[in-house]
Design a protein around this ligand. Structure first.
Ligand code: EPZ
Length: 420
């Protein structure tokens, strides 16, 4: 099992190239099932979850190949769906596999996808996805841990009201609606930038999607989708993570291709905490040299404070001046980084879905264990700030969503080494 050995205490300084967004690339790859023509994607991050989606799409009948001479370039082509079943052993490893359900149902009128099962951060049901497909005229039945969705006469446009702005449900239903007969309106849609990116790609293929990025998305169904080339937008969560790496080490990083407006409320909270943020043409700079002030934060759907940056922000607050309260409103169990941060000397008390943090002068290195993607990177941030040596174990979690993490950090001064 790989682990990272980190010697903390070095203020990071330099520039980091932000990769394409994992959470945009995954639905964008699923889009290839919607058309018989090839989909060319650029700036796809080289992370484990992209590999899992690649394998799943091949099982379903898509050809996938790297674009020669263009790192992050990928061509996905599904002239015919060969299998309509997404098997358990792939879906259990990556919940985003459920995003093939909408495209398969729209293209083939039938799909069978293993229920994703829970994961470390919560049960993560897909009831909103399924209720939406039923609104579009699909028959849904669950048996043997699989969802079977059938629409033998095709999908019919309808109004769908989401009781909570689920990112995955919005993406799944938006994709399915592009080939439905008539108009679909998704009310209460999620507004994440990855949804806007997905709509741009669908429209480039001939779909008619309006309102992505707002809570009301309208889709006019079309008979088929064609070919397209699409560049995946930069990963705002990766950018936010490295901005916090600069802040927690008292350093300064320029994050290339990153945009502050895609950070939503995280931008405001970093400013409140004393981090200097400056947007330039080719990215933004985060400067933590003025020290950190404790700030309260509560996660919300975009443009609120991103739940995917909650663990990283908590690491930051462990060495800020004063106290802070962090409340997680999206997932029911996303505080697994707390006991591990405590091993590094952090002072955190959890009460329900809130954590009270009291800043300490410094953390001290120790062996810690990763539990999920974003919790593991929060431990890396804390280790970068801690005095002495830390060891982060089970870093396969990190490899799911961060392309070349240790290489990028070494290049800006971090003393970090991957040990097998
Ligand atoms: C996406 O997951 C992201 N994953 C997550 O990032 C992110 O944390 C999440 O959105 C929220 O922003 C990808 O985009 C691949 P949701 P998703 O549906 O779509 C409940 C990471 O670290 N819910 O918006 O699964 C659900 O249980 C990952 O990169 C239902 O109850 O998130 C959760 O509590 C982690 N029923 C809340 O809604 C449903 O049918 C938000 O889930 C669907 C969701």
């Amino acid at each position: 099992m790989d682990r990272l050995v980190i010697k903390g205490g070095v203020p990071l300084d330099g520039a980091i190239e932000v990769s394409g967004a994992k959470n945009a690339a995954l639905p964008l790859m699923a889009v290839s099932l919607l058309s018989a023509e090839p989909l060319e994607l650029r700036n796809v991050p080289d992370v484990a979850d992209v590999g899992s989606m690649w394998r799943l799409l091949q099982v379903l009948g898509a050809e996938a190949r790297h674009l020669a001479g263009s790192p992050g370039g990928l061509v996905l082509h599904c002239p015919a769906v060969l299998d309509r079943k997404a098997p358990y052993d792939i879906v259990r490893r990556m919940r985003a596999s459920v995003l093939v359900l909408g495209p398969l149902l729209a293209r083939e009128g039938e799909a069978e996808v293993s229920l994703p099962g829970g994961c470390a951060i919560g049960t993560r049901p897909i009831d909103l996805h399924l209720a939406g497909f039923e609104r579009l005229g699909a028959e849904i039945d669950l048996s043997g841990g699989y969802v079977r969705a059938r629409a033998p006469n095709g999908l019919k446009g309808a109004e769908i009201r989401l009781s909570q702005p689920s990112v995955g449900a919005t993406e799944n239903l938006m994709m399915a609606a592009t080939l439905a007969d008539g108009e679909t309106v998704i009310v209460g849609a999620a507004r994440e930038p990855e949804i806007v990116d997905l709509a741009h790609c669908l429209n480039a293929m001939g779909a008619k999607v309006e309102g992505a990025g707002t809570a009301r998305i309208r889709v006019e169904g079309v008979p088929r989708l064609g070919a397209a080339t699409h560049r995946v937008l930069p990963d705002r969560i990766e950018a936010g993570t490295y901005a916090m790496a600069a802040a927690i080490t008292g350093g300064r990083l320029h994050l290339k291709h990153a945009r502050l407006d895609l950070l939503g409320a995280v931008r405001d909270k970093l400013l409140e905490a004393g981090v200097r943020l400056d947007q330039a043409e080719d990215g933004f700079t985060a400067d933590g040299s003025a020290g950190l002030q404790g700030v309260d934060a509560m996660t919300h759907p975009f443009p609120g404070f991103a739940t995917d940056l909650q663990a990283q922000f908590m690491a930051l607050m462990t060495v800020a001046r004063g106290a802070s309260m962090i409340t997680e409103t999206i997932f029911e169990n996303r505080f697994m980084h707390v006991p591990e941060l405590a091993r590094l000397g952090a002072r955190i008390v959890v009460q329900g879905n809130s954590a009270m943090i009291r800043g300490v002068d410094s953390l001290r290195g120790a062996p810690v264990m990763a539990t999920d993607l974003r919790a593991s990177v929060s431990l890396v941030l804390a280790a970068l700030a801690a005095e002495g040596e830390s060891e982060v174990n089970r870093i396969y979690h990190l490899d799911r969503g961060y392309e070349g993490l240790e290489k990028k950090l070494v290049a800006v001064g971090a003393r970090i080494e991957r040990v097998s």
